[in-house]
Design a protein around this ligand. Sequence first.
Ligand code: S3P
Length: 446
Amino acid sequence: MSHQEIARPATAKRSSALKGTARMPGDKSISHRSFMFGGLASGETRITGLLEGEDVLRTGEAMKAMGARIEKHGDEWIIQGTGNGCLLEPRAPLDFGNAGTGSRLTMGLVGTYDMETTFIGDASLSKRPMARVLDPLREMGVQVLKSAPGDRMPLTLRGPRQAAPITYRVPMASAQVKSAVLLAGLNTPGVTTVIEAVITRDHTEKMLQGFGANLEVETDADGVRHIRIEGQGKLSGQTIAVPGDPSSAAFPLVAALLVPGSDILIENVLMNPTRTGLITTLLEMGAEIELLNQRNAGGEDVADLRVRSSELKGVTVPAERAPSMIDEYPVLAVAAAFAEGETLMQGLDELRVKESDRLAAVARGLETNGVDCSEGHDWLSVRGRPDGKGLGGGTVATHLDHRIAMSFLVMGFAAEKPVTVDDQSMIATSFPEFMGLMAELGAEID
Ligand code: S3P
């Protein structure tokens, strides 16, 4: 893709009050799963509100390469799925670009098929650990025929004639690992069980139930979840309206909190409790965020958010909250740079293995822009400057990471001096509308 070859820098400048309404594009996690489960289910799936970011489109291409028919008619994506157990061997490697979710979930989905599947991706994805998914798949009988050192992509899987169901306790808080094992269970006889000590986003469980899978979740007295899926059942096509992405909403939200005089409305935000840790944290910091028009759409809670610029105070964010805001720490760190006092974020070990080492990328970006911060193995502490004085003026290395790029552009809207990111191209993987949408609210970006 062109963004791997030519870096396109962008600079954000101190902006006057942000005003207006922004409608959020579809949630990335739900969009990936809509293409996957629609591509697998029998019959027709119709999707509106799908995120048309590069990551999700790659998942669509992968499902097409394995036999699904996927077309867009007007605003609607229409899928004819293969039927559970009926994916076809792809003729060429599946290229997932930058997408951890697309690649890891698909490894689970196809791993248990008696066929060979090769996974490739960009420089960022090729550095990310895949053992977390390959280890449980090996227990189910999947062979890893080839891989780069340390179980990394490019890699080739070969499934067994018949996979063995397992009971697997997920060793880290990861919805991707949980989901990969559950999806492997779809093509495995008997009951596959995933044990999850800390709840992570639950879209796979909810959506598979919606598609008709025999899946049950039991939470024991210690709050540990036992998720059981019966394999080789029928999945039937569904109609899905994808709610707006709270992880994308985080950027205009924090921008409006930081730019004095701002008052914006962010429409159509998914409020699933496994995804709302950032809002909880910002409210604790003193943010003026009003939840309007709260409703249920297609089984998910959704709301519009009215956000006004606010004087923020530093807080301690507990480690237990990390799974519900794992993708939002970069932009929270930017908010903390403008808060009074110290913000301490704990339990961040998973940030080390995202599209970049996000903990290091955030700390370096803050330092380059004059923010006082310290970084530990799994924590970050930021001491803020409420007036933004002396902040900015640096160029941030984004390391092919969309959320690093968007977070530091948000910083530039409120800092005294402009903030430059070395590449904006990756923003298209998750939020292609970001630049236009921020400019419409009044933010200044070149
Ligand atoms: C996702 C899970 C999270 C998150 C990612 C999307 C998903 O990753 O960071 O952006 O859709 O399942 P982990 O499960 O690896 O924490």
